[in-house]
Structure formats: C-alpha cells, structure tokens
Design a protein around this ligand. Structure first.
Ligand code: ADP
Length: 502
C-alpha cells in the first residue's frame, strides 16, 4: 500500500522590501484618502458659499426695484426677471435649470409674482414664516422630480413692517455635476498616485538595501578557515556601517576563539603524547630485558608514575572542557572557608616539611561563603602546592584569610622564585608555563593548574589578582563574594570536607 507523506510548509512571508513597500503604500493610501476628502469638502463648501453670496446679491438688486405705496406693491419696469402674475398656474413648468427662479409674496405670504420655473419647487413653510418675522432664510429645496435648488428668502421692509417676501433660487445641478466630475477625477488619479507611490517605495527600499546586500555577500564569502577576512565598511557612518563594524568585531572574536581552540588542542595533544611515549618506551625496555624481574618492576613502577601524570592531565582537561561547555554544575552550599583553608593547610603540611618550607596560617574570624566545597578545596590546594613548589628550601608561605566589605579575601604569599612581569599576564592561560625547568621536577606539572583555579573562582562570581617580583616571591589574592545572611541560613552546609578529610 502506498502512503503519501505530506510536508507542512509555512506560508512564505514576503521579503522585507515588499513588506516596506506595502507599509509605504498603506500610509500613502491613508494620506491620499484624507487629502481627497479634505479637497472634496473644501470645494463643496466654497461652491455653496459663492452660490449663497450670488443669491443674496441677486435678491438685493431685485429688491431695489420693489416698493410699497398705500398697501400696493409696485414693481419698477427695470426690475425684469421677477416673473409674471402668479395667480394661475399653467401646469407646464419650465425646467429649474433654465431661466430664473424668483418669487414675490405679499405680507400674508400670498404670491404676487413668480417665474414659471419657480412653480415646480416644493417650498417649506419656514422659508416664508421666518422672513415674515424679519430675518432672511436660506436652504436647499427640491422639485417634484427630485432636483435640488438653493433658495434664499428675504423680507422686504419699510421703516416699521414687512410688506413683501422676495425668494430667489438657483439649481444645484451644475454644482453637483462639478463635484461629481471632481470625485471621478479623484477616483482615477488617486489609484494612479498610489501605484506610482508603491513603485517608488519599492525602488527606494531596494536602494536602501544595496549596502546591506553588499555586507551580506561579503559575509557569505568568509569561510571558517578564512576568518582573517573582514566585511568592507561603507563610507557613511550610518546603521549599515554599525552593522558591518559589529559583524567584523564578531568575526574577530570568532577568530580569536578558533585560534584559542586550535592552540588548546595542539597543546593538549603535545602534553598527552609525552607520558604516552614514556610509557611506550618503558614497556619496550622492559620487554627487551627479557625475564629480568627487577628491571620489569622498575619499569612498572615508572609506568605507574606516568599513568598517574596522564590521569591528572586528563582530569584537568576534562574539567576545563566541561567548564567551556557550561556543563559543570557547581554545588550551592554553605562553606566555612576558615575551616576549609585550615584543613587544606594541615593536609599540605607533610609536603611543606618535605620541601623544608614553613607555612603560617592567619585567620582572623570565621568566614562563610556560598559555593562548591570540593572546587574551593581545589583552589586553595592548587595555590598552596604552587607556592610550595616554587619556593626554595628554607622559604616561607603565608596563608591569610580576612573579609573586606562584601568579600572574603584569601591571600597565599610565598618567598619563592617569583614571576617576571612579561609572564605575569599569561600565567592563567591553559598550558602556560613560565619555564618548565623551574621549581621542583617531581610533581604533576602541566600548566593547567592556574587556569582551573581561575575558572572556579570566576564561576563563584569571584576575582583573582597576582603580584610578584622575581627572586622575592609571589602573592595570589582570591576574592569571593560574601552571601546575604538569610541566604546562608537557607542553604545546606557543606559536608564533604569533613567526611573526606580533604
Ligand atoms: P604548573 O602546573 O606549571 O604549575 P600553573 O597553571 O599552576 O601550572 O602555573 C602556571 C605558571 O605560573 C607556572 O608554570 C609557574 O611558572 C607560574 N607560577 C604559578 N604559581 C607560582 C608561584 N607561587 N611562584 C612562582 N611561579 C608560579
């Protein structure tokens, strides 16, 4: 039976150029729409107000030819266009778009004269009552067929009373046509502007991305084996420049890390090869000796020493590799540092006696820190072993533990051979050894001790400092943060030191 597998594909998001162009388009569309609306309403308003002014002017001109005498309304001969007598309606009205729309009413609102086109208008009562009360009225009325007409109605007065009402109108059809064609033009021009805007914004976005493309292409050409290459910096000190600088700094760090890693692997292989070669040679020599039991015993004894050295080296390498990977989990326990230091000093006493070096411990008060007890033992032990190893017979090693503000301060000072200034910055590097021939030769020396010490101190949020003068001695300082009182109560106390006797 055939089965069909269906691979789920995410819908592709459009590229950043398209996204930018679309955003531009959206903003542009909103702007064009707002501008169009504003233009349309402005034109409409100005057309309306100019028509109103024209109507007022026409009404005032006509009113000049109308007077009242003894209750009779007289219309001068010059006042043409006011229409004929309107008592009868013919039924066939002229179109409101042609001819004038004028009507004259008496003080009771009865028509006196009216142009024939005026008959077709549906006139609201307010257009008569309001002028009868003395104030003019303006508004839009319609014909029976739905055509719209702007109407102005004004009272004609003598000193004390209103004797007639003059109504003047004008069809809005032309105005509506003008607005309609404006709307049509906007509907055609608007999308055209938008289309041009979209094309322009796409082009702009494409142009803006040219320098980024250049950086991307250059970055793509940089291979792992080729990390000395850099991305070219653009001339303008803009965002792309900052991107390129950041990228170059990152490559620089990567290059340093790769170099560091390569050197570490080379050094580790070199260090591992020495004991392996020694074991190989010792085994071969023992084989050549044939059945000589004494020679074989000596060879096995030497091989045991070399394997111990090898084991020491491998555990050091493993600790650092785990630390690099961030896989080492440090315990969080309450450690009584004064007890720990005291125990390590006591443990190292036989070695000190063997080296004929005096040790002096000075602890002023109990010091509690939070951390991994076994790792902290390693720190003190390594520093103490170094001090004993690099101090000549008859010398002195002083171990002091104090607190200083919020830190525990451990000082291991010796009167040994010291370290020259040019070596001092490197002694915490992996496999760095000032001179392998210095100091005593019988120990497991591999140049990893101080790297491990420094890593443990850093992992405890602490710091290290070293001062040294050739021929006078060295002083190593370890600073570890002191915990808040309530945290020290919450965590379990370390037990390993007492159970293992260091
Ligand atoms: P090593 O196993 O060689 O002692 P470390 O990492 O412990 O490696 O030390 C690195 C180098 O620092 C040593 O090679 C040694 O020359 C120098 N050094 C460390 N401690 C002391 C000290 N107390 N006095 C003089 N030199 C020291």
């Amino acid at each position: 039976m055939k089965t069909r597998t269906h691979r789920w594909t995410h819908p592709r998001t459009p590229g950043i150029r398209i996204q930018l162009a679309l955003w531009y388009l959206l903003v542009f569309a909103v702007l064009v729409l707002c501008a169009g609306l504003l233009l349309y309403t402005q034109v409409q308003r100005s057309l309306e107000s100019s028509m109103d002014s024209a109507l007022v002017l026409r009404a005032q001109t006509l009113s000049n030819g109308i007077s009242v005498e003894g209750g009779t309304i007289n219309i001068s001969a010059e006042t043409s266009g006011i229409g004929g007598y309107s008592g009868e309606q013919t039924g066939s009205h002229e179109d409101v778009n042609f001819g004038t729309l004028t009507s004259l009413l008496d003080a009771h609102g009865r028509p006196v004269r009216m142009t024939s086109a005026f008959h077709s208008l549906i006139i609201p009562a307010v257009s008569v009552t309001q002028p009868l009360h003395g104030s003019p009225w303006r508004g839009t009325v319609t014909t029976a067929t739905g055509q719209r007409v702007r109407l102005y109605s004004m009272p004609l007065t003598t000193q004390d009373h209103t004797f007639a009402i003059l109504q003047v109108g004008e069809s809005l059809t032309q105005q509506q046509d003008a607005l309609h064609s404006l709307l049509l033009e906007m509907c055609v021009i608007g999308p055209l502007i938008l289309l041009l805007g979209a094309a322009g914004s796409y082009w702009l976005a494409a142009r803006a991305f040219v320098p980024i493309d250049r950086v991307t292409r250059a970055a793509r050409q940089i291979e792992v084996n080729d990390l000395h290459q850099r991305v070219p910096l653009p001339k303008a000190h803009d965002e792309v420049y900052r991107l390129a600088v950041t990228f170059n700094t990152m490559i620089e760090r990567l290059e340093a890390a790769f170099q560091h890693q390569r050197r570490f692997v080379a050094d580790a292989s070199h260090e591992l090869r020495t004991p392996v070669t020694a074991i190989h040679n010792l085994a071969e020599m023992a084989l050549l000796e044939g059945g000589n039991l004494d020679a074989c015993t000596t060879a096995l004894h030497d091989i045991t020493g070399e394997t111990e050295r090898l084991g020491h080296l491998i555990s050091g390498l493993l600790a650092l590799a785990r630390a690099d990977e961030g896989k080492t989990i440090l315990e969080q326990e309450v450690v009584h540092l004064e007890q720990l230091v005291g125990a390590v000093v006591a443990y190292a006493q036989p070695l000190a006696t063997e080296c004929a070096v005096t040790m002096q411990l000075s602890v002023s008060q109990p010091v509690v820190v939070i951390g991994d007890e076994s790792r902290l033992i390693q720190v003190v032990m390594n520093l103490l072993e170094n001090a004993l190893h690099y101090t000549n017979r008859g010398g002195k090693v002083t171990i002091t533990l104090t607190t200083n503000e919020h830190v525990a301060h451990l000082i291991i000072s010796d009167t040994g051979i010291g370290i020259a200034d040019d070596h001092l910055p490197h002694i915490f590097e992996r496999f760095y050894r000032v001179d392998p021939a210095r100091g005593r030769t019988e120990d497991n020396r591999n140049g990893l001790g101080l790297s491990i010490v420094e890593w443990i101190v850093r992992a405890h949020d602490g710091q290290m400092k070293v001062e040294s003068a050739v021929g006078q001695g060295s002083t190593f300082h370890v600073f570890l943060p002191l915990p808040d009182d309530d945290l020290a109560y919450k965590l379990p106390a370390a037990t390993r030191m007492r159970s293992s006797g260091v």
